[in-house]
Design a protein around this ligand. Structure first.
Ligand code: PPE
Length: 381
């Protein structure tokens, strides 16, 4: 991996120094939680897609394990932005991980320190560039997805990923690109690293979260995009194995996999055996959103943010900018971002506007140059 710097426990360290002790709790018992996030290179600079939601899930994943992540959202955000800048990787995959380090071995992590690291690296199409167009050949795994009564399936925990590893290995050994796992009851759960969608008679179905799958952020994005386009989406579906073979279309969703069509299951061709029209439309909509850097993407672009902060103290006519957006925004934005850079009295050629659920930075012509969400409003600001 051609990466120079990794952020670890509050510091930027060289690749070769990002090490842990061999008696690390997380290594022995899989007691770590992690995220997979993508940043896209957009006209507005590096845009980390739904970063706030990934942070939410990281902190939530830690809860069942009694793990207190000793860094707050701002610190992890700053570290990630700095890494992207240092590595000059506006388009990259981001891997934050928190795990129990070494104290004493034994199942209960007790006083083991919580270690945190973030790495960024270039990662192209997860299942291959061609897969995005042609679709992938998948097989039903003989391994079942672990049930949420055994291990929380809404947490992204390192250890349980051995389940996904087994399914992936088996699929590849048998000549398939990817697997689909059924849950304990024998219904469709998800892929080893993807959620699954089925199209039938123009309607879209995806296994509900009670089917022991991860609450995928891309899954929710796909649901939103499909509903916006007028599709009926059954997001609480129970899907039987048999329904897969007779589907009009199937596709995977995930941060790494993005929106990848499935062209066959167990050597049975799905629909026309290539990317179907609904998958195509959703895939297009997905890439439009993540690559455009528009307000529906959580754009986190340091240069723009810092520039905006610098110019805030000369803010004028704020409420005229966007049809009466709140006039007290100046104060709130100042509170939120002031620690990044001291205000230094530059001319107000850019302004920042914050109102319920989003932050925008506009240039002198009111063009949005930095935006934080809209339909996918972050739950935290
Ligand atoms: N299910 C599983 C089991 C899963 O690991 C992922 C993400 C998803 C669904 C989709 O979730 P989301 O990314 O929030 O839409 N898998 C990550 C890890 C892939 C890997 O090989 O590592 C990812 O896509 O980043």
């Amino acid at each position: 991996m051609d990466v120079g710097t990794i952020w670890m426990d509050g510091e930027f360290v060289d690749w070769e120094d990002a090490q842990v002790h061999v008696l690390t709790h997380g290594l022995h018992y899989g007691t770590g939680v992690f995220e997979g996030v993508r940043s896209y290179d957009t006209d507005n600079g590096a845009a980390i897609f739904r970063w706030e939601d990934h942070l939410d899930r990281l902190y939530q994943s830690a809860k069942p394990y009694g793990m207190e992540i000793p860094f707050d959202r701002e610190e992890l955000t700053e570290a990630t932005l700095e890494l992207i800048e240092r590595e000059d990787l506006p388009s990259c995959y981001i891997r934050p991980i928190a795990f129990y380090g070494y104290d004493m071995l034994g199942l209960n992590p007790g006083d083991a320190p919580v270690k945190v690291a973030i790495a960024v690296w270039p990662w192209g199409a997860y299942l291959g560039e061609e897969a995005l167009e042609e679709g992938v050949d998948v097989a039903i795994s003989s391994w079942r997805k672990f049930a949420s009564s055994q291990i929380p399936t809404n947490a992204k925990t390192t250890g349980p990923y051995v389940n996904s590893v087994l399914a992936s290995l088996e699929a590849e050994e048998n000549g398939y690109t990817e697997a689909i796992l059924l849950n304990k009851e024998g219904q469709v759960a998800e892929g080893p690293g993807e959620n699954l969608f089925l199209v039938r008679d123009g309607e879209i179905h995806t296994p509900g979260l009670a089917e022991s799958n991860l609450d995928g952020i891309t899954r929710q994005t796909v649901i939103d995009l499909a509903e916006e386009r007028g599709y009926t989406v059954h997001a609480d579906a129970t899907i039987s194995r048999g329904e897969l073979y007779t589907a009009d279309e199937l596709f995977f969703s995930g941060t790494a996999a993005e929106v990848t069509p499935i062209r066959s299951v167990d050597d049975t061709e799905i629909g026309s055996g290539t990317k179907g029209p609904v998958t195509d439309e959703i895939q297009q909509a997905f890439f439009d959103v993540v690559e455009s850097g528009d307000r529906r993407v959580h754009v986190v672009h340091r240069e723009a943010e810092v520039a905006a902060v610098r110019r805030l103290d000369r803010l004028v006519g704020l409420d005229q900018l966007d049809g009466g957006i709140v006039a007290d925004a100046e104060e709130r934005v100042r509170d939120r971002v002031a620690p990044l850079e001291p205000l230094d009295g530059l001319v107000a050629e850019q302004v920042a506007v914050e109102c319920d659920g989003f932050v925008e930075v506009r240039d002198a012509n009111c063009r949005v140059i930095y935006g934080h969400t809209c339909p996918f409003a972050p739950r935290h600001q």
